[in-house]
Ligand binder design. Structure first.
Ligand code: G6P
Length: 472
């Protein structure tokens, strides 16, 4: 029987070393949930990095066995590889370039060599498991070269690729010394998926301008194969949020938070620490709200959760300092004995508490400078079973294509942000309900399971089509 193999940089389980030994924590991320039904069934498997350094062969064996029992296979990465492939090429070259932060991008040949070598390492790990006709689904920007490497070794395999971040305009991609190699790497797949048609169009333009290949109806003709390209906007596990929203434990947290905050209105901001998320711009806009609309002082607090991330990369460490400073300055300027303008948390929250925060919030402020999709916006919507609450959303998040009932703003336009905040805080309840209900219909229907199904069906179909073409 043929297998399906999922490949991503990180496994959906994080392994930690504790005083008592190794600790295995399942990840709660959307991708892990969406693909759970695939990799845990039949003989399928998920290949990726377990999140810690394991040099000792005996320990590697223990980790491998534990993961195998849960349908996963580890790729062990060394400290040098993490520095050059993960922090280096993936997060200091590709991440800033693909998010239009070219001023942050570094061009380092050693990092590129490490990126090629680690993609080859992943390729070897997949080939050790994959038969000639298996289905392999590769995830995200850390593994752009993998589809082509796999194709060379397994010409008959069914290979899918999904990019979870934006695909930038050709003008940005051409700045990279390795732009054409990356595009060629992706073309090893039978089907390439993006969150939006915009990203897909940028990719097609790069393919034709960098490689001179012909494109018809979203199909790329390479000398040997046809590659399909399409948009698959990713969703969330809607029901999980909806059910949690009605649970007693969430209700209890929410009640406790409400009591602590008294009757202050809440504007919520939740992100991984990242310069693409527009966190500093958001703080400045909130400061302007307090300055220009003094009637909101002591009436509204910004509840800001920043989840630690990639803190070994210089720009992330600098951003953390900038945020700390801004929060300190604004709070010092405006706070009173009984009111804190900004409630700032630098940590992650357990799922139940997160849902309680979403439910508590009057406004969610989701204002990335660039974002492939942004699932926080969708999680907020799913948690709002009472349909009260307003989403302010950046027009530069992939989610804005679907969520046209949000208040859409340009995240660098402070005036617009300030006025959107004011409008959201004043929005009549019936308008909140109408907008929320429309967005809920959409997010409920296109959940992460629908996303997985659509991609996998399309992938199977693309292969059948190729098969018919070659046998005719
Ligand atoms: C984004 C990327 C993912 C990545 C996640 C967390 O969502 O698209 O590929 O896993 O951020 O980042 P990290 O570097 O901690 O894996």
């Amino acid at each position: 029987m043929s297998r399906t193999i999922i490949v991503s940089n990180r496994l959906p389980t994080k392994v930690h070393r504790t005083a008592e030994g190794l600790d295995f924590q399942p990840s709660e991320g959307g991708l892990a949930t969406g693909l759970g039904s695939i990799y845990r069934s039949d003989n399928n498997v998920w290949v990726g990095w377990p999140g810690l350094f394991v040099d000792d062969p005996t320990e590697q064996h223990t980790v491998t066995e534990r993961l195998r029992a849960n349908s996963m296979a580890p790729v062990f990465l060394t400290e040098d590889e993490i520095r050059d492939y993960y922090e280096g090429f993936s997060n200091s070259t590709l991440w800033p370039t693909f998010h239009y932060f070219t001023q942050f991008a570094t061009y380092n040949d050693e990092h590129w060599q490490a990126y090629v070598a680690v993609n080859e390492k992943f390729c070897a790990a997949v080939l050790a498991l994959a038969g000639p006709e298996d289905t392999i689904w590769v995830q995200d920007y850390q593994l752009l070269l993998l589809p082509e490497m796999l194709r060379r070794a397994r010409p008959q395999a069914t290979i899918g690729f999904f990019l979870h971040i934006p695909f930038p305009s050709y003008e940005l991609l051409r700045v990279l010394p390795w732009g054409a190699d990356l595009v060629r790497g992706m073309l090893g797949a039978d089907l390439i998926g993006f969150h939006t048609y915009g990203y897909m169009r940028h990719f097609l333009s790069a393919v034709s301008r960098m490689l001179g290949l012909s494109i018809q109806n979203g199909q790329i003709e390479t000398p040997t194969r046809t590659v399909l390209v399409d948009a698959f906007p990713m969703g969330i596990d809607y029901q999980r949020y909806e059910l949690a929203a009605a649970s007693p434990v969430v209700e209890e947290h929410q009640r406790a938070y409400r009591e602590a905050l008294r009757d202050v209105r809440v504007v919520l901001s939740i992100d991984r620490l990242d310069y693409t998320k527009g966190i500093a711009q958001r703080l400045l806009a909130f400061e302007q709200l307090l300055l220009r609309h003094p009637e909101w002082r002591e009436q509204v607090s910004l509840l800001m959760v920043v989840v630690p991330s990639r803190d070994q990369v210089a720009h992330y460490a600098a951003l953390k300092e900038e945020i700390d400073e801004l929060v300190g300055r604004i709070n010092a300027q405006y706070r009173t004995i009984s009111w804190n303008p900004i409630q700032y948390f630098y940590r992650s929250f357990p799922f139940d508490e997160l849902v309680s925060l979403y439910r508590l919030a009057d406004v969610a402020l989701v204002t990335p400078i660039r974002d492939g999709m942004n699932l926080v916006a969708k999680e907020f919507i799913a948690s709002k079973t009472h349909q009260r609450g307003v989403l302010i959303l950046s027009e530069r998040a992939g989610a804005a294509v679907e969520l046209s009932d949000a208040l859409l703003i340009n995240p660098t336009n402070t005036n617009q942000l300030v006025e959107a905040l004011n409008e959201a805080l004043l929005m009549p309840e019936d308008e909140q309900i109408t907008r929320m209900a429309n967005m809920q219909d959409l997010v409920r229907q296109y959940d992460v399971f629908a996303w997985t199904r659509l991609f996998m069906d399309r992938l199977a179909h693309s292969k059948e089509k190729q098969h018919t073409m070659t046998t005719n």
